[in-house]
Write a protein that binds this ligand. Structure first.
Ligand code: PGA
Length: 255
């Protein structure tokens, strides 16, 4: 059952980070997958601040990139570079605990990545954004709930947004992502959405029956899923009937 928390835009970064801090303080060896993109920008800034302050430490944290573009002409466009420069290198994650994909990852790299997560005991926390098409990581619409870490073909929308938002001269045709089954096995999931552009997909997420057409909805059955959204992304959610399907289909049981 999902827990939905709505906070003001001003509080979003700190509120989300407090959940991550709590996770760090209650897990001896957190195994976390981290998203790149714009959503976690403030979260990473607060994590850096709190690490400097000594509230938390990344010394025991295994850090995995959630996803990666398949082709990057410039390494600075890669999720690995983004995560290293924006957070990993600035909070002192030990290098042996940084797990990112090599450029042009192969199916063998995906199998190795999945094994590495398993060797660490599985994810304890998956921090996730959500795409305008409902993807999580790069689990695009059509992704199976049983999917594992793998290479995925990107939808035209994701390719367009990669060009617009991340400055790709030529949008990548494919990417690699931690799969939905791997995320479902994570002890906790924290899905973040910020800004009015995310409001329509958040409404759909809470309104539609879970399906592969909206991959994030396949995570709604996770026993410890928190959806944290700011008030802009929450526009209209109080006016919709909430559909959440679990072992017993009920209405209105998303709290
Ligand atoms: P964004 O991307 O954080 O840049 O909005 C999220 C996503 O597409 O998964």
């Amino acid at each position: 059952m999902a827990r939905i928390i709505v906070v003001s835009a001003a509080e979003f970064g700190r509120a989300a980070t407090e959940m991550i801090i709590y996770h760090f303080l209650t897990h001896r060896r957190p195994v976390v997958c981290w998203p790149s993109g714009s959503t976690p920008r403030e979260v990473y800034a607060v994590l850096i601040e709190e690490t400097r302050r000594g509230t938390i430490s990344f010394v025991n944290v295994e850090s995995f990139a959630l996803d990666e573009w398949g082709e990057v002409s410039d390494v600075r466009l890669s999720c690995a570079y983004d995560l290293r420069s924006r957070v990993f290198d600035r909070v002192g994650v030990p290098e042996r605990q940084v797990h990112v994909w090599p450029p042009r990852a192969t199916p063998e790299d995906c199998i190795a990545y999945e094994s590495l997560i398993a060797d660490c005991g599985g994810l304890t926390l998956g921090v996730l954004g959500i795409g305008l098409n409902g993807h999580v990581g790069l689990n695009e619409p059509g992704s199976d709930v049983d999917s594992r870490t793998r290479i995925v073909t990107l939808t035209p929308l994701t390719q367009r947004l990669a060009r617009k938002n991340y400055g790709f001269p030529h949008p990548p045709a494919y990417g690699v992502t931690v799969g939905l089954a791997t995320l479902m096995e994570s002890r906790e999931l924290l899905l973040l959405a910020q800004g009015s552009t995310k409001a329509p997909i958040i409404r759909r997420l809470l309104q539609e029956a879970p399906s592969e057409a909206l991959p994030a909805s396949l995570l709604l059955d996770h026993p410890h899923l928190t959806i944290m959204i700011d008030s802009d992304a929450a526009q209209g959610i109080l006016r919709i009937p909430i559909w959440h399907q679990s072992s017993q289909t009920q209405e209105g049981n998303v709290t």
